[in-house]
Write a protein that binds this ligand. Structure first.
Ligand code: FAD
Length: 467
């Protein structure tokens, strides 16, 4: 069958690879000049080398993504720095590590007990919370925010500020007072609460995001290596923005052993392109998906579905990359920064970059609205000051170059009660995928990959049933 995938982010690529492996002929249309979407490599003139649009970390719990990478012949050891779960602040006042040699999830409990910088009261409150979650099958009160749930669970304010707040913002790009407690609990369940130690590992890419696996998909697609049986193929078109989907739906009745069954036969065109498709998987962000779906004829259920897709709001993530005139070594590739917005100290996490000379650091700020209205040089001065203050034992060399990447719509705001659409739409033959669909996760890479895979599998089943 002929399939069009619209969007070449991680969801679109995952859908395309899955559909090719099911034996379909897939054409993927990506608006940008390169693949990757919100997890992509960008070129900054000042730095003289490609960087990512923002530092991304993956978790050992990202099973669909890691499985996909393995299936593309990529070595995970070469692709990532793998760190056992740890939270360590740049100023050394807070340190918590999963304890080696203990089975999961005891290694986390022991790590919490041995943590530096938390009082006994705070440690026992954190352990109690994890125990309650476990006992309640990882369910939190319905429609509660993270802040409400932490208060109900009697978590001391300092523990919320030092540990839970930063973890919530980092995983959900949504502040605790707005973030959905259940989605946060789902992330905890699959990482620190899992029975596999590796699920809690933190995976920091050793390569740029485009090189991590999207480039491999493009390479295999070109050589016909995605489906060695030769049945499925993938053609990728970059710089190809799709503006409208034209559909023809025809109902037909087939006589079978049960005496007759009615099915809808769909056929699609995109813009004024000559090719026809049997099915479409839309893997764009919500505004673009809503525009594309709105170009289709109205059918029962489509108004509500479209309304759901349009109801998402977004939150920015900023990444400040500093390039120094000499190498700089951090005590860990990832450090927690204490944020103080009043002083312009917006930094939340600090990462050592992938450059071989170790001259670059990335400072990451999730939920970065406030930064958007600030002057760039002021931000640079304040955030460098924050770094120097908190990296007490490291003398920072001179900043030679910097790059500030502001992703305005980095992820959807993961608030309680959000109705997240399923992969199946009310239009026969049209499927959607993306981190914003009903994945059970906040807006993360693993959600995108699972969503793409699931959309393609459901589409394949539907096509087989109707043919
Ligand atoms: C700065 C930053 C840091 C992040 N950090 C993390 C992290 O540490 N860990 C984590 O798990 N997640 C992180 N995320 C979230 C993660 O990047 C996203 O969840 C994921 O990339 C979403 O993938 P997607 O395929 O669903 O959507 P997208 O990546 O948005 O892909 C959609 C694609 O569709 C294309 N498109 C849109 N409209 C059209 C059209 N009409 N025609 C053709 N193409 C179209 C777009 O150009 C885009 O390439 C971060 C995101 C950002 C921005």
């Amino acid at each position: 069958m002929k399939i069009a995938v619209i969007g070449g982010g991680w969801a679109g690529l995952s859908a395309a690879v899955t559909a090719v492996r099911q034996g379909h002929h897939v054409q993927l249309f990506e608006a940008a000049s390169a693949l990757g979407g919100r997890a992509r490599t960008v070129h900054h003139p000042g730095l003289g080398a490609p960087i990512d649009n923002g530092q991304h970390i993956l978790l050992g719990a990202y099973t669909a993504t890691l499985e996909l990478m393995r299936s593309l012949g990529l070595s995970l050891e070469d692709s990532f720095h793998v760190l056992p779960l740890s939270v360590r602040s740049a100023d050394g006042t807070l340190a918590m590590h999963a304890v080696p040699g203990l089975p999961a999830p005891l290694h986390i409990a022991a790590g919490l007990l041995a943590a530096r910088g938390l009082t006994w009261k705070e440690k026992s409150a954190a352990l109690r919370l994890m125990h309650h979650l476990h006992r309640n099958n990882w369910h939190t009160p319905r429609e509660a925010t993270v802040q409400e749930w932490l208060a109900l669970s009697l978590q001391p304010p300092r523990l919320q500020r030092l540990l839970w707040g930063p973890l919530c913002v980092a995983t959900m790009n949504t502040p605790p007072e707005q973030a959905c407690a259940q989605l946060f609990a789902n992330v905890l369940r699959d990482s620190v609460g899992a029975s596999r130690r590796e699920a809690g590992n933190m995976l920091i890419p050793r390569r740029t995001l485009s090189e991590l696996w999207p480039a491999r998909v493009a390479e295999l697609a070109e050589g016909g290596g995605l489906n060695p049986t030769g049945n499925g193929t993938l053609e990728i078109f970059n710089s190809a923005t799709i503006r409208a989907i034209h559909a023809e739906f025809a109902e037909h009745t087939r006589v079978d052993s049960l005496g007759g069954r009615s099915a809808v036969h769909s056929q699609f065109h995109l813009d004024d392109l000559p090719q026809t498709f049997d099915s479409i998987v839309v893997c764009a962000n919500t505004p673009s998906t809503a525009r594309l779906l709105a170009s289709l004829p109205s059918l029962p259920g489509t108004t509500d579905y479209l309304h759901n897709v349009q109801s998402f709001t977004h939150s920015p993530i900023a990444t400040l990359t500093l390039q120094f005139d000499q190498s700089v070594t951090l005590p860990s590739p990832m450090l927690l920064l204490h944020e103080d917005r009043q002083r312009g100290h917006f930094g939340q996490w600090l990462f050592q970059a992938q450059d071989k000379e170790c001259r670059r650091l990335h400072i990451v700020v999730s939920d970065a609205q406030e930064m958007q209205s600030m002057e760039r040089n002021t931000l640079l001065a304040k955030m460098t000051e924050q770094l120097q203050e908190q990296l007490r034992h490291t003398q920072l060399p001179r900043v030679q170059q910097h790059a500030l990447v502001m992703e305005k719509r980095a992820t959807f705001l993961a608030v309680p009660g959000l109705k997240r659409p399923t992969n199946q739409t009310p239009w026969p033959g049209i499927w959607v995928a993306g981190d914003w669909t009903d994945t059970g996760y906040p807006g993360v890479l693993e959600g995108a990959v699972r969503s793409g895979r699931d959309a393609a599998l459901q589409m394949d089943t539907a096509l087989r049933q109707s043919s």
